[in-house]
Ligand binder design. Structure first.
Ligand SMILES: Nc1ncnc2c1ncn2[C@@H]1O[C@H](COP(=O)(O)OP(=O)(O)O)[C@@H](O)[C@H]1O
Ligand SMILES: [Mg+2]
Length: 303
């Protein structure tokens, strides 16, 4: 596939095994298959939701895409270029286009750095500003873009609320004009009342700037409003993948049904009738493969 016809991101058989304990001779005795042969694509300007219980391998998938982790097997293609084994130097131009927003902006922001400097740091690193005045001007514009008053630029992270800090994290992520943002549970740690505001900010910024998101979440709540497509992950495997409409209207895998039943419904009458479907987190059978249910909609077979 050449670079022009390639999707923005393609992940092929991505696998990450962690060896959590070793015997006397350094041989691994226990292996966690955090990500176990995951494949999907993200188109330009598209949002793919990656959902699943805690421990299902979502963050590891994100970290592999971001090159924060080396894959055990499989490949990551960004704009048609394989990046899964690139070193730091070769990754540098790609870093501009591939950014991250973490769950907890407090731990991702340097507590001793004024937030304006945190947001401006990537601009400086990539040589996109030539003076302090220019940096300030660009940072002020980024603050406005994420709904923050630029006069707060000189404050420190602890002086902001959780929602404001996440806005700062987002400003930093968009500073270089990325094509893809991996957002790893960016609303999970926020008050429910703030979550919708941040989801709306993601939507507004996508409309303005046209970037794609890999939006990681452990439940389906906001995913419905934000994502074009959804991938459901269980024990390192994708068990279902389809458009948001397909997955919500016609869920195939029992785990997807359980996740949907666990998501609150905004309509109080229907919410009162909602019954949770329990699901044992059994790993999918090793021989199971994704089968097409309808065009664009895949679910893992029983065996
Ligand atoms: N650095 C690591 N070393 C060992 N095990 C890890 C490491 N990172 C993640 N894991 C394990 O891999 C699995 C998937 O983790 P993670 O990707 O964080 O899941 P999620 O983001 O869906 O909660 C978990 O069992 C977790 O304990
Ligand atoms: Mg995680």
């Amino acid at each position: 596939m050449n670079a022009t016809s390639a999707p923005l991101l393609r992940v092929e058989g991505l696998t990450k095994h962690f060896h959590t304990s070793k015997n006397l001779f350094g041989k691994p005795t226990h292996t966690v298959k955090a990500v176990d042969g995951v494949s999907f694509e993200i188109g330009y300007g598209e949002t793919l939701g990656l959902v699943g219980e805690s421990g299902s391998g979502k963050s590891t998938t994100g970290r592999l895409i971001l090159r924060l982790e080396n894959p055990t097997a499989g490949q990551v293609f960004f704009e048609g270029q394989e990046i899964s084994r690139l070193g730091a130097h070769a990754m540098s131009p790609i870093r501009k286009k591939l950014q991250v927003v973490f769950q907890d902006p407090f731990s991702s922001l340097n507590p001793r750095l004024r937030v304006g400097d945190s947001v401006g740091e990537p601009l400086q690193t990539h040589g996109l500003v030539s003076s302090t005045a220019e940096k300030k001007e660009k940072v002020a514009a980024l603050f406005k873009q994420v709904g923050l008053d630029p006069k707060f630029m000189d404050r420190f992270p602890h002086q902001f609320s959780g929602g404001q800090r996440q806005r700062i994290g987002i400003a930093r992520a968009i500073a270089l004009g990325p094509k893809l943002i991996v957002a790893d549970e960016p609303i999970t740690a926020l008050d429910v009342s703030i979550q919708a505001q941040i989801v709306n900010l993601f939507l507004d910024l996508q409309e303005e700037l046209g970037m794609a998101y890999l939006f990681i979440a452990h439940d389906l709540g906001m995913v419905r409003h934000l994502c074009h497509r959804v991938a459901v992950m269980l024990r390192g495997r994708i068990v279902e993948l389809g458009s948001t409409e397909q997955v919500f209207a016609n869920p195939q895998h029992p785990y997807t049904r359980a996740l949907i039943s666990a998501a609150p419904i905004p309509d109080p009458d229907r919410e009162a009738l909602r019954r949770r479907i329990p699901y044992d987190l059994v790993p999918p059978p090793p021989g199971a493969v994704l089968q097409q249910v309808e065009p664009g909609h895949w679910a893992l077979s029983a065996a």
